[in-house]
Design a protein around this ligand. Structure first.
Ligand code: ATP
Length: 326
């Protein structure tokens, strides 16, 4: 009920009478009063005025279980939410939960990660109190090849959510980064458990640099946060919920088509490497060419100098701009 009270107060942006709350949730005045008291203890500024009711005073950014639940506007993605102050890594927790039967749509969120990870065991800088770290559990019934496109769906969902919530012109650096102003603002990592072509689960994780922070020296030149780019404190809960909404819509398109065809135009329009010279860092062969966009299988089409077009699978490949990170 606490999350529902919050969302009603936030939606209304004005006083909501105690009586309305009692009727809406079919509880006593004391129960409403208690729930409001608990929300206040969690840091929400809710004022009670006689004859008018309760009002939520928007204040500093709040982030936690109830904030996420009260803003989640989806059918299944982000239900349930499991919020933690600290985790080694949201992907790791999601895998543990998935092994223990967590349902599709379960979302693991942490305020801080002590061992945040990127691809190939690289680390993801995850300080407390400022960024969004989350992992969604999926139990798809499609092929392992299609599963590789889940990262692309999440990339599209994140880039669009950033644009919607704070106006930062986020683009996608295929396959697993979101960039803005030439710098990385989000990294994504998908991991799956597969047995003989049967997918037990996919965990789709993302870390978005949201608030004000000082990046460690080794990434200071390539990393940025939304705060730096738009000059405002962006609500992490609002952003994560917007990502879940977009993900749910786009994932339905992936399931329906069985490939990326329904999302191709949207994706390619946000692809920062499109029509740029790129260097493909494939462990088997490194080569340069011009990125032409992705195909319905989610592969990046790279045109070499001799005119041949090579489809590059996401797998373990990194793509760099010839003159810099993007
Ligand atoms: P690349 O960015 O080289 O193509 P990648 O997309 O595979 O590689 P990941 O493995 O997803 O990168 O992310 C890990 C890398 O991202 C780290 O090695 C570091 O360079 C950089 N990084 C780590 N933390 C952050 C952060 N909070 N913001 C931006 N970049 C970060």
């Amino acid at each position: 009920m606490k999350s529902e009270i919050l969302s009603l107060l936030r939606e209304r942006g004005n006083y909501v009478s105690g009586q309305e709350l009692c009727q809406r949730f079919n509880v006593s005045r004391t129960a409403v009063w208690k729930a409001v008291g608990q929300l206040k203890k969690e840091g929400y500024r809710i004022e009670a005025v006689q004859n008018r009711g309760y009002i939520l005073i928007p204040e500093r950014e709040l982030f936690g279980q109830h904030e996420l639940e009260s803003r989640m506007n989806t059918e299944w993605a982000g239900h349930p939410v499991r919020f933690y102050d600290t985790l080694p890594s949201t992907n790791l927790q999601a895998k543990l939960d998935a092994e223990n039967g967590a349902e599709e749509g379960t979302l693991i969120v942490a305020d801080m990660q002590t061992a945040g990870r990127g691809r190939r065991g690289r680390s993801w800088n995850s300080p407390a109190g400022t960024n969004a770290y989350f992992t969604l559990i999926l139990r798809p019934r499609f092929s392992v090849e299609t599963a590789s496109m889940v990262t692309l769906v999440m990339g599209l969902a994140v880039a669009e959510a950033i644009r919607e919530t704070c106006g930062v012109e986020a683009g996608i650096k295929w396959p697993n980064d979101i960039v803005a102003g030439g710098k990385k603002i989000c990294g994504m990592l998908a991991e799956m458990s597969v047995e003989r072509e049967y997918i037990h689960y996919v965990v789709m994780g993302a870390g978005i640099n949201v608030g004000k922070q000082t990046f460690p020296e080794e990434i200071a030149a390539t990393a940025a946060s939304l705060w730096e780019l738009c000059g405002e404190t962006v609500s992490r809960a609002g952003l994560i919920c917007a990502v879940m909404g977009n993900f749910e819509t786009h994932y339905a398109s992936l399931l329906q088509a069985g490939d990326f065809s329904g999302l191709l135009d949207r994706y390619n329009s946000l692809l920062v490497n499109r029509d740029r010279e790129v260097r493909v860092l494939d462990p088997r062969e490194e080569f340069c060419g011009r990125a032409r966009g992705i195909n319905p299988r989610g592969e990046l089409l790279v045109e070499k100098a001799d005119g041949t077009v090579v489809p590059v699978c996401a797998g373990e490949v990194s793509v760099r701009g010839v003159y810099g990170y993007v």
